[in-house]
Design a protein around this ligand. Structure first.
Ligand code: CIZ
Length: 403
């Protein structure tokens, strides 16, 4: 059994999660000198960027973007704030954006307005001459941070030690929201990466080759997908990285079909079945759509469940006059509401909590990295080392072959 001397730690990104929560919707960007008073970690940038207001930053970003022309590609994740997403050449989920980075070969500089694991994935998939830049290095992902490489490696070693009777007994599967090192562990061991749209296909692919799967790092996406595939709850166990053998006996591990890493999304676990119940009482005929990173009780109480791309599509294609409560990140919910003025669209959680790590891509950081490129200094380039890149690529390529 793997023994470590490390103390159990909650990732800082998780502790900082509530820092931006508001009771009203006040998400308009303020100068960085004001926003950086919110006590989360911010990357330091040159002082002259701090006092700039939204219109000054808008002018500088637009001018730099114009001058850099086709050598620049700006990618904007759905959870980005409006003052950043307006500059994106493409918007989407992490997978769609990585595909765009690969397709736009003329772009030497790919500025990824998202979080760290997304920029890593784009670096793995793009050509060596393309440089991927993350505007603020403090924009991590609390879920990805819940699966540190050492703990995941210990878990994998324990599982393969216990389950070594038949070949292969277990495959590792990781959600896109994980570090390049975890993707590499999956690639090296015959496993695969998945997104929230293809998690079921990835699990079916894995179960066609092995009797069990260990799923990193989101227990909720893993459980919701397992339930959809008819795997009973008693065949799913949660691996607690802070307990010996994840908190289980060898027999319980042998009896499990799906082993779920104990990790979660700080945004999606805020949505509850009781919020859905209250919203349905307040609005008759209400439709509810939630993300599969929500707890299973929330998913069971909703009408639809799907990735950010699916949520966008379901609401956009709904009839005019319909009402929608959405369980996903607030910047995306507000954008869907603005783009569907013929429908009533609102966030299921009355407390407005943007994803604190995504929210750290303040427009001042975007201006800083773009002006840096123009001045010949590439700030915040994300580079995945050769071996990790090669192994992670295997797991990503396996995902790309899923039909
Ligand atoms: O893959 C993504 O971009 C995330 C974080 C979720 C989703 O459903 O798109």
């Amino acid at each position: 059994m793997a023994i470590t001397n490390r103390l159990p730690l909650l990732p800082t990104t998780e502790i900082e999660q509530d820092a931006f929560c508001r009771t009203e919707n006040e998400l308009t960007s303020l100068p960085l000198e004001l926003e950086s008073q919110i006590s989360v970690q911010w990357q330091k940038i040159p002082e002259d960027y701090y006092p700039l207001d939204s219109s000054e930053l808008e002018e500088r970003i637009s001018a730099a973007k114009r001058r850099l022309g086709s050598s620049l590609l700006i990618l904007g994740h759905h959870y980005q704030r409006d003052e950043v997403i307006k500059f994106a050449d493409f918007r989407g989920d992490s997978f769609k954006l990585a595909q765009q980075a690969v397709a736009q070969k003329s772009a030497e500089y790919v500025v990824f307005c998202g979080v760290h694991f997304m920029a890593e994935t784009a670096d793995i998939l793009t050509d060596q001459n393309q440089r991927v830049i993350l505007p603020n290095l403090a924009a991590g992902c609390s879920m990805a941070d819940m699966a540190p490489t050492e703990d995941v490696t210990d878990c994998w070693d324990d599982l393969t030690e216990i389950l070594r009777n038949g070949i292969p007994e277990i495959l590792p599967v990781t959600y896109m929201n994980s570090t390049a090192a975890i993707k590499a562990l999956c690639g090296k061991n015959g496993g695969i990466v998945c997104t929230s749209s293809n998690a079921q296909r990835a699990l079916e692919w894995s179960f066609s080759q092995a009797q069990r799967v260990v799923f990193f790092p989101d227990e909720h996406l893993g459980r919701n997908t397992g339930l959809k595939m008819g795997i009973p709850l008693e065949k799913m166990i949660v691996w607690n990285p802070f307990k010996p053998l994840g908190g289980h006996t060898p027999e319980a591990i042998q009896n499990a079909k799906l082993i779920l890493w104990q990790g979660r999304c700080s945004v999606h676990t805020r949505f509850t079945a009781s919020q859905i119940e209250k919203a349905r009482i307040a609005i008759s005929g209400l439709n509810v759509v939630v993300h599969p990173e929500c707890p299973m009780e929330t998913v069971a109480a909703a009408d639809y469940v799907g990735s950010t791309e699916v949520i966008n599509k379901v609401v956009s294609e709904a009839p005019a006059g319909s009402s929608w409560a959405i369980g996903t990140e607030i910047s995306l919910v507000n954008r869907i509401a603005a783009e569907n003025p013929d429908k009533t669209v609102f966030c299921l959680d009355p407390v407005v909590c943007p994803c604190t790590t995504m929210y750290r891509i303040h427009p001042a950081y975007l201006a800083w990295v773009l002006e840096g490129i123009e001045a010949g200094s590439i700030n915040n380039q994300i580079i995945v080392d050769g071996q990790t890149r090669q192994d992670a690529r295997i797991a990503l390529d396996s995902m790309l072959t899923l039909v």
